[in-house]
Design a protein around this ligand. Sequence first.
Ligand code: KG4
Ligand code: ZN
Length: 336
Amino acid sequence: MNVLGIETSCDETAASVVGAAGVLSDVVHTQEIHAEYGGVVPELAGRAHADKIVSTMAAAMARAGIEKPDAVAATAGPGLIGAVLVGLCFAKSLAAGWGVPFIGVNHLEGHLLSATLEPDGPDFPFLSLVVSGGHTSLYLASGLGDYEVLAETVDDAAGEAFDKVARMMGLGYPGGPAVDKMAAQGDPWAVKLPRPQPKVRPPKTPSGHVGTRALDMSFSGLKTAVRAHLESAQPASPEDVCASFQQAVVDVLTNRVARAMDITGVNRVTIAGGVAANTQLRAAMGTLGAELCLPPRHRCTDNAAMIAHAGRLRLLNGERHGLDRGARAQWVPGAV
Ligand code: KG4
Ligand code: ZN
């Protein structure tokens, strides 16, 4: 079954065809217009998706060498609602025109399952750390649609912290790649920064392995500590600040994964989302003794191959959605 996937939840307009043999095409157009504003402007994102969606889809179909897919999948949330709507409505129109099934995909489920697209991808159960610009959550994936949140951030997402620190330092948007590059020249122990531990919250799910949500994360205090250091009398070099900040984020993330491995007894681990492209995080994950699957960097940042893949798995499972399926700004992966 060849599935055309469409992704427009944030600032990437993407289309991809995934079939039984794997990824047949994977086209991503990153919107550059947001750089001058220092962050994604939702209204501009929606307009830019509308400009590019047709040519991006046509390129994905041409590269895959097919004229009509067997089904269409599109991100239906969570994300910027005006942006999601562009891809979702376009995908539903394509499905209606071609007379093929349609399925709306949860963007986070796309990230969560992206490692299973790799030839050496993990079988269920596995732990998946999804670290992006809008989300930071650690899931126990026990089966398709069976995901338990073991930990999440109580404030900023890890990618958001990278973007905010980069902005304070005048490194531009998106901040993650710029901090990653600068950190490579710095000393990660030059600036003493906190590894904040939020207050333990009551469990969200009574069946939770972790129960007390003791693994939750917080990045907003870390960001404030970086600001205080930058405003101090003798701040360290930008390279040292970037390396120290990045080390603190990586320490928190790897600590949670290690503790979740202990608690659940699950040794298979994967990471996904834009921050999973980070050099230091990828290296540190390799030290945990996990059976690790690191998707290539271009499959960590937003792409449509992960949407086509997740949609394809759901379709093969007998699921499909009506063309009245709406967009959702909030949507927990696994929820119907
Ligand atoms: O998954 P993604 O492409 O979009 C969302 O769904 O949010 O993630 C984007 C986030 C941005 O915050 C960006 O700064 C961050 O991922 N990012 C990185 C790196 N590459 C992208 N953060 C740290 N290191 C990187 N190399
Ligand atoms: Zn994403």
